[in-house]
Write a protein that binds this ligand. Structure first.
Ligand code: RP5
Length: 164
């Protein structure tokens, strides 16, 4: 099975990224996690992206805050799908990272999820990898069904409380 590469601009992004790690683990998708920065360690970020396909990766998640160029910098160096997570930092409520991640020039796409949207980044990777993996399709379907059931139980509990 192809791996997912998770790259974050700083270890301070880990509390946000952890959710992506957890979702991939739940779906039994192997992942490798690195701290590489588009600005502080640009050579390592570039080398990771350039060798990612040959190293068995099927998709890359890039999480960064502030002037978040990491997803775009990785995407510039690979044709693997890159999913960007704009991380919220103290200033500007994450709008800085959102706009830096989402506004890619034509030709170099980054699939950008919501600010701090790490779970959806992992799910998007899983759905991309599932195109060639029937067992993963089953795990995704089961997860959706479990989560739908949990919502229905909340609905029932709410109505029981309101109307008893
Ligand atoms: C970004 O700058 C990182 O992705 C992080 O979100 C932000 C702050 O990094 P630290 O100063 O906490 O290392 O590059």
């Amino acid at each position: 099975m192809k791996k997912v590469g998770i790259v974050m601009g700083s270890d301070s992004d880990l509390p946000i990224v952890q959710k992506a790690i957890d979702v991939l683990a739940q779906l039994e998708i192997p992942c490798e996690v690195h701290v590489y920065s588009a600005h502080r360690t640009p050579d390592q970020a570039r080398d990771f992206a350039r060798s990612a396909r040959a190293n068995g990766f099927g998709a890359i998640i890039a999480a960064a805050g502030m002037a978040a160029h990491l997803a775009g910098a990785l995407a510039a160096n690979t044709t693997l799908p890159v999913i960007g997570i704009p991380c919220k930092s103290q200033a500007l409520d994450g709008m800085d990272a959102l706009l830096s991640t989402v506004q890619m020039p034509s030709g170099i796409p980054v699939a950008t999820v919501a600010i701090n949207g790490a779970a959806n980044a992992a799910l998007l990777c899983a759905q991309i990898l599932s195109v060639e993996d029937a067992a993963l399709v089953r795990r995704l379907d089961e997860k959706r069904a479990r989560e739908a059931q949990a919502v229905l139980e909340k609905d029932a509990a709410l109505n029981e409380r309101l109307h008893g």
